[in-house]
Design a protein around this ligand. Structure first.
Ligand SMILES: Cc1cc2nc3c(=O)[nH]c(=O)nc-3n(C[C@H](O)[C@H](O)[C@H](O)COP(=O)(O)O)c2cc1C
Length: 194
């Protein structure tokens, strides 16, 4: 056996989504964050388009992200007539509860023109590599898709153009506790044909 499969199985089951309200406020070492991103870069990618793009926010960058997303939310929700003050405050302050926040982008490849869903799937594989690497270090993280994720005007702030996609935000922090995972049995989701 090339790898310790028992450890790998344990890691996959141990991986969790841990939200900023469970972070201690301590900083995660940049080297761990870079290691997570290096592993993300090894995700499967059809035609090697490598569509994942990451913008990493830390320190004062977290304030910039909070300000940007809160103000964009305010503008778009006032236009739509559904502005909520508590949501505005949450968007303004949530990034600063994390050690790092990574904006997750999908960059469209002009040459290959793969079905868009394949490029999104590839980015999701990259995110899973980040999740697993963080879990291996005992670092908390979660992929959030609320707030401004699907607001068209948000894209340019993250270096994305209209054909690209913003796919959410990856929050990273030191967890106060490690939640238990739960899933329905796999038997309900598979069928064998033989
Ligand atoms: C594409 C995607 C988007 C998600 N968006 C959110 C979100 O907006 N808010 C949230 O609390 N969790 C979000 N999650 C995390 C899920 O809620 C989490 O994976 C689920 O509760 C299972 O928990 P686990 O990851 O610890 O097993 C998202 C997960 C994925 C894969």
């Amino acid at each position: 056996m090339k790898f310790n499969t028992e450890e790998i199985n344990r890691l996959m089951h141990h991986r969790r989504s841990i939200l900023p309200n469970l972070y201690t406020g301590e900083k995660v070492n940049d080297e761990i964050v870079l290691h997570m991103i290096e592993n993300a870069n090894m995700a499967p990618t059809h035609k090697l388009t490598e569509p994942w793009r990451f913008v990493i926010f830390k320190d004062a960058g977290l304030e910039k992200l909070g300000e940007f997303q809160a103000e964009l939310y305010k503008k778009t929700s006032l236009e739509a007539g559904d502005f909520k003050e508590d949501k505005y405050i949450n968007l303004r302050h949530k990034p600063a509860m994390a050690s790092h926040v990574i904006a997750i982008g999908m960059k469209r490849d002009e040459k290959e023109r793969l079905p868009e869903i394949e490029e999104i799937e590839s980015v999701a594989c990259a995110v899973q590599n980040m999740y697993l690497t963080a879990a291996a270090y005992g670092v908390g993280c979660y992929w959030g898709t609320g707030g401004i994720t699907y607001v068209e005007e948000a894209k340019s702030f993250f270096g994305l153009n209209s054909k690209d996609r913003l796919l959410g935000f990856f929050y990273i922090g030191i967890p106060r506790k490690w939640p238990a995972g739960k899933r329905k049995p796999i038997g309900e989701k598979i069928s064998w044909i033989q």
